[in-house]
Design a protein around this ligand. Structure first.
Ligand SMILES: Nc1ncnc2c1ncn2[C@@H]1O[C@H](COP(=O)(O)OP(=O)(O)OP(=O)(O)O)[C@@H](O)[C@H]1O
Length: 245
């Protein structure tokens, strides 16, 4: 579903140029959840943003669903991926009603008005349909993230890119949102790439994990490795010991 070869991302130019991602290659099969972990600033979000088409500073080869994509995506290619961000309050419009927030992607793609899809979209993320008339500030953080997930699903993407989707939420609702994501993946045969600094989130969700350090992947761990606490690199061992998984 995703194939990335020699992806590099640099910001700035000339003497101030900074290479943030340094020639990484990886692939993700359909239905898989790939995790990316690593310390703050190592380049995890930059990899996701390049996959999402939000960042155009990259070089290399990116293929999504068997098609090589360019920095500027065609309409069909844009429909393949959606991103869910850490902060649901920042990623949904604060002064629009939930109905408009959910219908917007449909309208933006000229796929009709989208209003009739609002109620089923709320239901599939476990929210009451009456929430359609509310504003984001009238929802809890967990409910807002459910709306952000519902909006990401409106155009039926095959790939969801999750950037720290639960780290802004109360611990008590984190598991609920993760379970919702797992259920939606199962029901819709989605493919996930999940960025998190929280190894318990990664262990719960991912089939495979790439450990990133300073713009490169230094380790790759299977679900079994995660459960057995098995690592192949000192840096991943350090991460795991620090998180006391
Ligand atoms: N648009 C940009 N312009 C300049 N530098 C950027 C830009 N986006 C990211 N960076 C820099 O690239 C580096 C990697 O950022 P990135 O957000 O990918 O890290 P991260 O691993 O996701 O960290 P975090 O977990 O803190 O979000 C950081 O040093 C950041 O300051």
């Amino acid at each position: 579903m995703i194939d990335v070869q020699d992806l590099s991302v640099s910001f700035g130019s000339g003497a101030s140029a900074k290479q943030v991602v340094k020639g990484v290659s990886f692939s993700v099969t359909k239905g898989e959840t790939l995790g990316i972990v690593g310390e703050s600033g190592c380049g995890k979000s930059t990899v996701l943003r390049s996959l999402a088409g939000l960042d155009r500073h990259w070089t290399g080869k990116v293929s999504l669903s068997g098609t090589e994509v360019d920095k500027v995506r065609t309409r069909e290619q844009m429909l393949l991926t959606q991103m869910v961000f850490q902060d649901p309050y920042g990623s949904i419009h604060p002064r629009h009603r939930i109905s408009r927030i959910l219908a917007e992607p449909i309208r933006a793609m000229d796929r009709g008005k989208g209003w009739d899809m609002v109620a089923p979209a709320l239901e599939q993320v476990g929210l009451p349909t009456a929430f359609a008339d509310r504003f984001p500030h009238q929802l809890s953080g967990g409910q807002r993230q459910r709306v952000a997930i519902a909006r990401a699903l409106m155009l039926e993407p095959e790939i969801i890119l999750l950037d720290e989707p639960t780290s802004a939420l109360d611990v008590s609702v984190q598991a609920e949102v993760l379970n919702l994501l797992a259920d939606l993946k199962e029901a819709r045969n989605l493919t996930y790439v999940l960025v998190s600094h929280d190894l318990s989130v990664i262990a719960h969700m991912c089939d495979r994990v790439l450990v990133m350090k300073a713009g490169v992947f230094v380790d790759e761990l299977t679900k079994d490795d995660l459960y057995q606490g098995r690592t192949h690199h000192d840096y991943s061992r350090m991460l795991f010991e620090a998180s006391a998984l």
